[in-house]
Design a protein. Structure first.
Length: 95
């Protein structure tokens, strides 16, 4: 006879551990204040460009932040507390 409750508990625990890790959260803006990214720890990111807000998702791969949105995937690199993106875009963490 298989004891289902311990098996289910073990699977849920393993899934929770697999989902844990260092997330990214907080607000980042370019030095001119034109572009802003607000990262949620659950993998959502809200992007504001010249007052227009869109939602996307992100994943972390080591120092890379992969943002998946309607226009495709954009890759940022974490440099300390800041992010460096395509075409020299620098996002500075807002405190």
């Amino acid at each position: 006879m298989i004891h289902r409750k311990p098996l289910l508990t073990g699977l849920l625990l393993a899934a929770g551990i697999a989902g844990c890790g260092e997330g990214l959260s907080g607000e980042y803006r370019d030095p001119r204040g034109v572009t802003g990214y607000e990262f949620e720890p659950d993998g959502r990111v809200f992007i504001s460009v010249m007052g227009t807000m869109t939602a996307a998702t992100y994943e972390l791969e080591d120092d890379r932040v992969l943002i998946d949105g309607a226009e495709g995937t954009v890759v940022f690199m974490r440099r300390g507390e800041n992010l460096e993106g395509p075409m020299g875009l620098e996002l500075i963490r807002v405190r």
